[in-house]
Design a binder for this molecule. Structure first.
Ligand code: CDP
Length: 236
């Protein structure tokens, strides 16, 4: 007889259930000099987000007459990963900067600020898988903290496939060992998806399951995002 492992009973290396997030902490308004800021911890991930603007981008040719532009820089500190990360942008950080700006754009009422820019900085201080999602979540809180008019917050969370099981919020180890990682960002009021990436291989059914699971994770994290903005205290 073949025993098919049941996803519900599958226990992960760190003891979490398949649908369990790592502990999350978010704080808004952590930097005095930024217009808006936030700090997030998701398991061992530690990430700062700072927002400046709307402000004059200083470069005439990138200004848009009808709306603000978003400039985003995702950066990993050299000490944030096991093997020292060479400082400066690389292909991965350029990609994450781009998809982060795109994931946040639908939530920002950009038309209100023609010819200006909204600048978002995401600094990963410690990384353990899922930093792009945690960075997007933190950046959205920082945008709200800056008083920038938003249609909704954006919250992100990833799900994926590890040892044949669809699980929520992969650690770096699970990401490396696993078969697939699916980062998802949504605007929780409408559940409109603003980011969907698939790295790895899943069946259509598994992909659907991963997206549903990631959205569930997003909805839980969104509660903390909202609290952090209301109270400007540690919420977890
Ligand atoms: O962080 P995220 O899952 O969004 O992106 P990834 O490219 O799938 O990277 C997964 C993890 O690999 C990161 O969170 C880091 O923990 C680790 N990593 C690393 O150790 N060194 C790098 N240069 C890049 C990523």
């Amino acid at each position: 007889m073949i025993i098919v492992p049941d996803t519900v009973e599958f226990v992960r290396k760190d003891g979490r259930a398949y649908n369990e997030l790592r502990p999350v902490k978010i704080k808004a308004g952590v930097l005095k000099r930024a217009d808006g800021s936030s700090y997030i911890e998701l398991g061992s991930n530690k990430i700062l987000a700072a927002v400046y603007g709307p402000r004059d981008p200083q470069i005439t040719k990138i200004k848009r007459p009808d709306r603000a532009i978003i400039r985003c820089r995702y950066n990993m500190a050299p000490f944030s990963v096991e093997e020292r990360k060479r400082p400066g942008p690389d292909r991965r950080s350029i990609e994450i900067s781009k998809i982060t700006a795109e994931a946040l754009a639908p939530s920002i009422i950009l038309e209100k600020f023609p010819r200006s820019s909204i600048d978002i900085f995401i600094e990963v201080l410690e990384a353990d898988g899922g930093t792009r999602c945690a960075g997007i979540t933190a950046a959205s809180v920082a945008l709200a903290d800056a008083g920038i008019p938003l249609r909704d917050l954006v919250v992100a969370c990833s799900a994926g496939k590890v040892n044949g099981h669809v699980v929520l919020d992969l650690t770096e180890e699970e990401d490396k060992e696993g078969e697939a990682d699916v980062p998802v960002a949504i605007m929780p009021r409408t559940k409109e998806i603003t980011l969907l990436q698939v790295d790895g291989e899943l069946t259509p059914e598994e992909l659907e399951k991963a997206i549903d699971l990631a959205i569930e994770g997003c909805m839980s994290i969104n509660k903390l995002q909202k609290k952090s903005i209301e109270r400007k205290i540690w919420v977890y």
